[in-house]
Design a binder for this molecule. Structure first.
Ligand code: C5P
Length: 223
């Protein structure tokens, strides 16, 4: 019998486009390791803020990065970033981090530090006997895993996304983050050629996930 394939699912999109909910549901359904790369950028941002490193000083950011030791902890089906052996808490969803994260994420040295770390999550998934990886972010299907088995790009009307964030009780300038994320020089937010683009404005989470799950379940030996 042929061995069960290991699959990589990339989900990209703007803030509050439905990535996290979809990725979490797919990870449960297909036993995939769930990797929320936004939480990695957030954790590094919180660490830079803690150290007093400003986002407008790329050299200082680069210097700080050489001193930061990254690890991974798997909790349930989710991968969590460890910085110096510690997993960041709720502070990564704070207003301060929301306001700074896109500025740090535009720094090439910081993105570069995360590039091999994020690719290495596939090995973490294999070591923990997952059937694959579902990774969400902004540049997963374009830069991190351009050869992923599935690449989805979610988008939604801006008012609807603001409503979703507010209903989570979060103060988040999603329009400003999207503007910064889409206009940066390194790995901007964009639907890469060949990815499946899904408008989630008028679709329920169940409908969006069903669309993705149907495609994934058609993988030979995977359903
Ligand atoms: O997904 P989330 O909204 O938590 O991401 C926070 C920020 O991290 C984004 O606004 C973006 O600046 C950055 N990010 C990124 N590339 C990724 C994931 C997140 O630049 N792959």
């Amino acid at each position: 019998m042929a061995p069960t394939p290991f699959i990589i699912v990339a989900i990209d999109g703007g803030a509050a486009s439905g990535k996290s909910s979809s990725a979490r549901t797919l990870s449960e359904r297909f036993h995939l390791l769930h990797v929320d790369t936004g939480s990695y950028y957030r954790a590094l941002t919180a660490e830079m803020l803690r150290r007093g490193v400003p986002a407008n000083d790329p050299a200082a950011v680069q210097a700080a990065l050489t001193d930061i030791k990254l690890g991974t902890r798997v909790e349930g089906r989710s991968a969590r970033m460890e910085i110096g052996g510690r997993v960041a808490g709720d502070e990564i969803r704070s207003r301060e981090v929301n306001d700074h994260v896109s500025h740090f994420a535009a720094i090439p040295a910081l993105r570069n530090a995360l590039l091999s770390y994020q690719r290495g999550q596939a090995e973490v998934a294999r070591q923990h006997s997952f059937r694959g990886l579902v990774m969400e972010g902004r540049d997963i299907g374009s830069v991190i895993f351009p050869d992923a088995n599935f690449r989805f790009f979610l988008h939604a009307d801006q008012n609807e996304r603001a409503r979703r964030r507010a209903s989570e009780g979060q103060q988040d300038s999603i329009a400003e983050r999207d503007r910064l994320d889409s206009s940066r020089k390194t790995s901007p937010l964009a639907c890469p050629p060949g990815a499946t683009s899904i408008d989630t404005t008028h679709q329920t989470l169940v409908e969006v996930v069903e669309l993705m799950a149907t495609a994934i379940a058609a993988t030979p030996g995977f359903a």
